[in-house]
Design a binder for this molecule. Structure first.
Ligand code: BF8
Length: 637
């Protein structure tokens, strides 16, 4: 296919041509070659034991049950639970790493210092810890211990669920017996119920997926964000640049890629400290650029420029000017090393449980953070001289963008309009219809879809219809590349939304707020939930009652499915633009999508939120808007 059909990003297109000319295959090429298995696509393949693999043909031909007797509903529901569990395990491990880092920091073993003492105190108070008379390090230690209890305790719901769950939604989960106890216990229990001969009731398995998603939300997303803000600082509005043009020919270039910001922050710090070393090898300095969610983390807190998002992560290497790509965990394509072996770029893995054969490994831990980051930066500096000048080609476009919209920053901006009651201007605009509703555009890009196209098209449709858009993850990068994170993008908004964003922006001394507010990485979907919780509490309703939705147009990762399920459990409709691999079971489809009116049990009935699967972003926007209007009507708006 023409590179124009693979990505909307012209820099990506340019480098795809270069890669092809050099005989290098990327994820986009592999996606074209890889035919998709019809059974897997429908979720009907079972590999849980050695009687199989068994598969139930969706067309009604062939066996109707596996060797053990599991029918298609059991198989599809179990596979769905497995997907949600994988996503949850990733986020829970992320949160646990940060909790440990806080402990090590306050014990003087790791080189980090608590940055947001206000947030620390608020968290401590919310967790029932006595604040008075305690020093910051003591408080941080007690908060970290509370966090770690969410991986150990044997009774009662997760502390973080009690801390962050919206009251009405928590009541509902409790009534349904879905409250999770501890993250590790729930992940283990989920694996145990998926085993051959375990849970075979599809509805029960789907309820298991809801409990798992609550672990994802509270012991994954919320805990990660809260503890990261305490340790590294709560984001404030920042200005930065997007696109592959942020890679600079005259600099030593390092891209940080992955998720847990402990590493990325330190690489940025050491890049600053070792500038002189770069000059010694003939470079002008050291340029750190972000990829994927590590990119989001250092963009939000440090204003570091972003090179690219998930699907095109191999392409910074193809510029021929990237000295090192340092990675930690999740969404890191093993194919990076194959591409890097054609250039001077060194891929550096950092975690003992996430290695790539052929790549270098510099072990990172909170305790060794300075040593490891220093070594990584020095390796990059040493690689500068190994460049092949004939292979260098950096696309020159960059786009300006604003990020850093934590809930705290949003409230701060609203205070400029109404200092005593900051949420009022927002609620009034929603009630008055100037803002029709709010949608979070989240998640990935997927090499099987034209990169950035669906994320951008959906956002454009929504803002045109006066829907407020917030964004996280690689979707936020899509919007950033095409100007929607900058006031420049305001021209695409409906008139009423534009006037609200202009008024708030001007109250803050800016020309306007951007049409989409960048709220952070994928774990920062917790910020979206916090904003919804604040609005629901303000109005005295449940989150499920708000005219809000989530959308992941270019879904690729199980984490995105786990996050989506968490929002459905909160009563928020979630759109996905890629096949969620459940179509083989009518029962599972009906429960998740509420497509059949008289179906007795649906997530919509139980929680007020459902799954919307629509590949066309324009149609998806229409479906989302229709549902927002229904929710407005139910609120009497
Ligand atoms: O956690 S958005 S492609 S990088 S899964 Fe991955 Fe998707 Fe990007 Fe971040 Ni989230």
């Amino acid at each position: 296919p023409d590179v124009k059909d693979l990505s909307l990003d012209t820099g990506v297109q340019e480098l795809l041509v270069k890669a092809r000319n050099e005989g290098i295959a990327t994820a986009f090429d592999r996606a074209v070659k890889m035919s998709q298995c019809g059974f897997g696509s429908a979720g009907v393949c079972c590999k849980q034991c050695l009687e199989g693999p068994c598969r139930i043909a969706p067309n009604g031909k062939g066996p109707r049950a596996g060797v053990c007797g599991a029918n298609v509903d059991t198989i599809v529901a179990r596979n769905f639970l497995n997907t949600v569990t994988q996503g949850t395990a990733s986020h829970a491990e992320h949160a646990r790493e940060v909790a440990h880092a806080i402990l090590e920091a306050v014990e003087g073993k790791a080189p980090y210092t608590i940055q947001d003492t206000g947030k620390l105190k608020a968290l401590a108070q919310g967790l029932g810890i006595t604040v008075e008379g305690k020093g910051i390090n003591q408080l941080a230690k007690e908060v970290a211990h509370k966090a770690l209890e969410d991986f150990q305790k044997q009774q009662g719901p997760l502390h973080w669920l009690k801390l962050k769950g919206q009251t009405k939604e928590v009541e509902n989960w409790e009534k349904l017996g879905l409250l999770p106890v501890n993250a590790h216990l729930e992940v283990a229990k989920s694996m145990a119920r998926q085993v051959m001969g375990g849970d075979a009731d599809p509805a029960n398995l789907l309820l298991g997926a809801i409990t798992m998603s609550l672990v994802d939300g509270f012991a994954g997303l919320h805990m990660s964000t809260d503890l990261q803000d305490v340790l590294l600082g709560t984001p404030k509005a920042v200005k930065a640049q997007y696109r592959l043009g942020v890679i600079k020919e005259e600099m030593v270039n390092i891209s940080v890629h992955g998720h847990i910001p402990l590493l990325a922050e330190k690489v940025v710090e050491w890049a600053g400290k070792l500038k002189e070393e770069a000059r010694k090898v003939g470079a002008e300095g050291i340029n750190v650029v972000g990829v994927c969610c590590s990119g989001n983390e250092i963009l939000m807190r440090k204003g570091v420029n972003v090179a690219t998002n998930y699907a095109s992560q191999e392409l910074p290497i193809v510029t021929g000017a990237l000295e090192a790509m340092v990675v930690d965990i999740q969404c890191i394509m093993p194919g990076l090393q194959t591409v890097a072996s054609c250039y001077h770029t060194e891929i550096i893995t950092t975690l003992p449980y996430a290695k790539i054969s052929g790549a270098s490994h510099v072990e990172f831990s909170a305790e060794r953070a300075d040593e490891a980051a220093r070594e990584i930066v020095m390796r990059a500096v040493a690689n500068f001289k190994k460049r092949d000048p004939r292979k260098i080609a950096i696309p020159n476009e960059v786009t300006e963008a604003y990020a850093g919209f934590s809930v705290e920053q949003i409230v701060e901006a609203l205070k400029a309009v109404n200092p005593d009651d900051p949420l009022k201007p927002l609620v009034d605009a929603i009630a008055g219809g100037q803002i029709l509703g709010a949608v979070a555009i989240v998640g990935c890009t997927n090499p099987r879809k034209k990169q950035d196209y669906d994320n951008l098209t959906l956002a454009m449709e929504l803002i045109k219809n006066n829907v407020l858009v917030v964004a996280t993850g690689c979707s936020a990068h899509s919007l950033g590349k095409f100007g929607l994170l900058s006031p420049e993008g305001l021209k695409y908004c409906g008139e009423e939304l534009r006037s609200v964003l202009t008024a708030i922006g001007q109250a803050n001394g800016l020309p306007a707020l951007p049409p989409a507010l960048h709220m952070g990485s994928c774990v920062d979907n917790s910020r979206v939930a916090d904003l919804l919780t604040a609005l629901a509490d303000y109005l005295g309703v449940g989150i499920k009652d708000l005219p809000a939705a989530g959308s992941c147009p270019e879904t690729h990762h199980p984490k995105a499915i786990a996050i989506g399920t968490y929002f459905i459990a909160n009563g928020v409709d979630v759109h996905v633009g890629v096949n969620p691999q459940v179509s083989g079971s009518e029962l599972v489809v009906n429960v998740l999508t509420a497509n059949k009116e008289d179906f007795p049990v649906t997530t919509d009935g139980l929680f007020g939120g459902k799954l919307i699967y629509e590949e066309d972003p324009v149609k998806a926007a229409a479906l989302i808007i229709e549902r927002i209007k229904q929710k407005r009507k139910a609120l009497g708006l």
